[in-house]
Design a protein around this ligand. Sequence first.
Ligand code: B12
Ligand code: SF4
Length: 464
Amino acid sequence: MKTLFVYTDINVRGGAQSFQFGIAMVSAMLKRAGYDTRLHYMFGQYDIEPLNAAIREYDPDIIAFSCVSPQYPYVKMVLRDMMEHRAFTILGGHHATLVPECLEENPRLNAICIGEGEYPMLEMVDAMAAGEPIDAIQNLCIRQSDGSIKRNPTRPFSDDLDALPFADWDMFDAQAIIDSDFNTALFMFSRGCPYKCTFCANHALREQQCGTYVRFRSVDSCLQEIRDVVGTYKVEALYFNDDCFTCRRSFLDEFCERYKAEFDYPFDINARPETLSDENCVQLKEAGCRRVSIGVENGDETFRAEVLGRKHSNDRIVQAFESCRKAGLKTKSFNIVGFPHETPEIFQETVKLNTRINPDSAIIGVFEPYPGTKLGDVCKEEGLINPERANELFVGRTDTILDMPQFPREQILKCFRAFAYQVYKPHSLKKALMLRVYYSRYGQVLLKIVEPFKNLLRKATMGV
Ligand code: B12
Ligand code: SF4
C-alpha cells in the first residue's frame, strides 16, 4: 500500500519551509509496519500541477492530507483541482478534528480522522491491504457507498508515547528546513497542555478523546531522537517546541541533567509564566538553554483572565521574565491584538506590559478565530466575522477577519504595525525603527530582499 501525504504550507508569512509532525508521525507508523509513504510538500504559492505529476508518477493507493484551519481553504482547492485518480482520500490534523463537517463539504474526500492518527491510519491501511472493511475503525468518519457519513467513536489518547516511532524526518527535505530556520532542528517531546486558553486549540482537542491529555515521552526517548537527528543532519541549535516544556518538574529535572552531560547544542523552549522560577531558569541555562518564549498575549489582567482564560497577574509575568534574565536566558514574548471585545485602550496595556518586561524580542500576531475553539465560537455567535474577508485565502496573523465597532480593522492593523516600535522606543530607538520596518506594509517584500543577511538582522533585533 502506497500513501502520498500532502502538506499545504501556502502563503505563510516569513517564507521559511517547515516540518509537520502530524504527517511525520503517521508516516513513521506506516513505515514501521512496512508500508511505503511519500510526501508532497506544497510550499509558497498555490500550484496544483506538481501534485498532479506526483500522483501520476507514484500512483498512490491513499492520498492523505493534514491541515490547520488557516490552511484548510487550500486543501479545499486541492481537492477541487487535482486530477482524477484511483486513491482513497483522507484528511487529518487540527481542522478535521475540530470541524468534522469538512467531510460533508468535500465530495472528493472519502474520510477524515478525528484526533491522534497513528493507530487509526495504521488500522485503516492494514485493513485495506487485507481487503477488509474499514468502516468501524475508531477515530475515522467515513463516507459510505450510499453517500452517508459514518462517524465512529474515538479511542483514548495514546498513553505511551514511547511506543510510537520517531517522527519520519526523512520524508521532508529536513536539511533545507533546518537551514531555513537558522540551522535549528525542531522537536516535540510531549503532547497536550495543562492550560485551557480560550483562543488556543488545546482545550478543544482535549475534548475529542478520553484518557490523559498531557503526556511526556521518557527522557531516554527524547535523547535518542536528538542523537539520531544531530547525527544525520547539520544542526547548530535545537528548538523543543512543546506547548509548555517546563510543565512537568520531574521531566525537566531529568532532561536538563542528562542533556547537559551529553550535548552542547543551545536550545530554545516555550514556557508558561507561572512555571518559571529563579531556580528552574538557572537549571535550564546550565543545561544549554538559550531562549525561552513566553506567552504574554495581552497586558490587561482582567481581560486576560475573563476573555482569554489566563489567570495570572502581570507581576507574575514580569517575575518570570526577570528569572530568565537573571539566569542569562534570552526571552521572547508572544502577543496578540484584535481579540473579540478588546479595545485600543486594553491593547495599550499589552504595549505597557511589554515595555516593562523589555524582552529580547516581542512578537505580535493578529487574532485568528479558529473554529471549534471557545473564542472562535464567540466570534461566530456574535456575528463578528466578516464573510468576505473570511473567504480570502490565508489572511494569517497579519490581518483580521473580524469587524468590531469598538476596535475597527484599520486600528487593529495600526496597533499591530506599531507594537514593536512602541515597546522598544523607550529602550532602543535603533531596534524600534528596525522593527517598525519589519512590521510595516512593506515588511514582507523587504524580508525577501534582506534574506541573505537574515542571521545578522535576527541578532540585531532579537538577540540570538
Ligand atoms: C509545531 C507547530 C507548528 C510548527 C510545525 C507545523 C505543523 N503544521 O506541524 C510550525 C512552527 C511550522 C507551525 C506553523 C503554523 N501553525 Co502551528 N503549531 C504547532 C504546535 C505547537 C504543535 C503541533 C504538533 O506538531 N503536534 C504534534 C503532532 C504529532 O500532533 P498533530 O499535529 O495534532 O498531529 C496528530 C493528529 O492531528 C493527527 N493527524 C495530523 N495530520 C494527519 C493526517 C492524517 C492523514 C491522519 C490520519 C491523522 C493526522 O495525527 C497526528 C499524530 O497523532 C501546535 C499547538 C498544538 N499543541 O497543537 C500549533 C498549531 C497547530 N499551529 C497553529 C497554526 C494556526 C499555525 C500557522 C497557521 C501559524 C501561522 N499563522 O503562520 C502555521 C501553519 C503552518 C502549516 N502550513 O501548517 C494552530 C492551529 C489552529 C487550528 N485550529 O487550526 C495550533 C493548534 C496552535 C494554536 N494557536 O492553537 N506550527
Ligand atoms: S498555555 Fe499556550 S499552549 Fe497552553 S493552552 Fe494556553 S495558549 Fe495553548
